[in-house]
Design a binder for this molecule. Sequence first.
Ligand code: DAS
Length: 332
Amino acid sequence: MQNMITDKTKKKIFVLGSGGTIAGLAASPVDFMGYTAGAAGVDSLLNRVPEIDELAELETEDFCGIASENATPEVWLNLARRAEQILSADDVDGLVVTSGTDTLEEMAYFLNLVLDTAKPVVVVGAMRPLSAYGTDGPVNLYNAVAVAANPQSEGKGVLVVMNDTIISARGVNKQDSCRLNTMGGGDFGTLGYVVAGNVHFSAAPCQRHTHNSEFRLTEIRDLPPVDIFYMSAGVDARLLSAMADLGACGVVLAGFGNGTFSDSVGDQLHDLIDEGLVCVITSRCQTGLVRVTMPGLVAGGDLSPQKARVLLMLALAVGKTTEEIERCFIEY
Ligand code: DAS
């Protein structure tokens, strides 16, 4: 379903599909779990909300049709390269990426760090498959296009739109396993609302992103392995050295509270740092700031463990020193 007549009074928004529940299909409209993620193409999503054509001139492409629990850093890299190609076209005013929700926050933050653009980029998902009663996908997509076509969205970095809410890629996190309001922004991630296509911003991101980022795709061949070590009472610290043995170039520690960990984990961290691995300390807590709790560690600030992993992979990919990585965790 495309506009046959190009209406130049409208922005041109490109919709790139990457799978997920938003494109999920199940045999029954009351089956919210047993669906095939990514089974429907972007055009069939658009056909479910024909009014979307009034918002913008649309062009579509199905990039991939995966469940995002199977997304990898390589998928992010390839999708980012395609996105940057699309955004480089003079007649494209913005980009919407449809995605699964399980790793949406990591992919959105990665795009936020590497896309060299000031054009609006909006990532959108859904919690109910396209085939379900009350599916949230079509309205989320309608709202995502409205945000991408809105001049106020320019220069704000990658945005996530779900459940009538506009959230920064840096601040967004999936908070609920199954409900429509799953995407939260923590303390500083929620930037505004979009209700039935009506966009209202109340905040803007502070950290560096997109056109103001130093990370450029042309300098990134691949993303080195970085693992997350999740603290729990009595956890076996040897798992950390196992990560190094399996080739991790860096480790993100999801510490307790303000970044604490057991003595045995501390001893292992010392060994990893001596072996040349970069270790970033974050917290299991949903919000709050983490400072360095042991010399040699890099403070993860208020980034979640999974977001810190994205930033550390990028920094290592372009050969940043530990001191430069400390700066990156302050600026991004
Ligand atoms: N199937 C999961 C995914 O693709 C859930 C979802 O998309 O919402 O991330």
